[in-house]
Design a protein. Sequence first.
Length: 201
Amino acid sequence: MATPAIPMEDALAGAVLAMYTDVATQPDKAFHFWSGRTAAELFGYRSDWLDAAPPPAVESFAGVGNPHREVEIEAGTRVIDLGSGAGLDAFIAARRAGPGGSVIGIDLNDNMLAKARALATRAGMTTVEFRRGRIEEVPAPDGAADLVISNGVINLSFRKKQVLAEAFRVLRPGGRASLTDVVSDTIIPASIAEDPKLWAS
């Protein structure tokens, strides 16, 4: 009996989980993208933010930009981080929001979640919570956030419109979003679009 074909979205999810499991568990591995403190500094993260964050979160950073660059996070801000990884952006947001604020990080990768949760516990950061979930179906109620951030994750979704709809759903009226990602101004060739490993990278 022939094995049923794996839907493209499932294949992509598997490739993404595998890629970022390596980032979580082997941060010193050579990747074909910038990662760690080198990447964070390249994208303009302030040294004091990086110095205050748990070092393993910095080591496993794999963003593509800096969602903190153009947005103020006032004391008491409620933040949701879509695709929070090992937690660097969530930890920075939590420190900026102060003890009256809160941050919810959403991620699907169990290795990243375990790492981020352990780091938050170790650092005594009680205003940060990491939840398992898809960014297409954010596990948070309507209007739960004043600010939504995301860094290099929306491009990995097959359902980008749904991700953006979810971001607006969880924002309060008048809330803000600061999203950094990779975009293409040309049509992606089928050879890339249909290759989960290339899409995941």
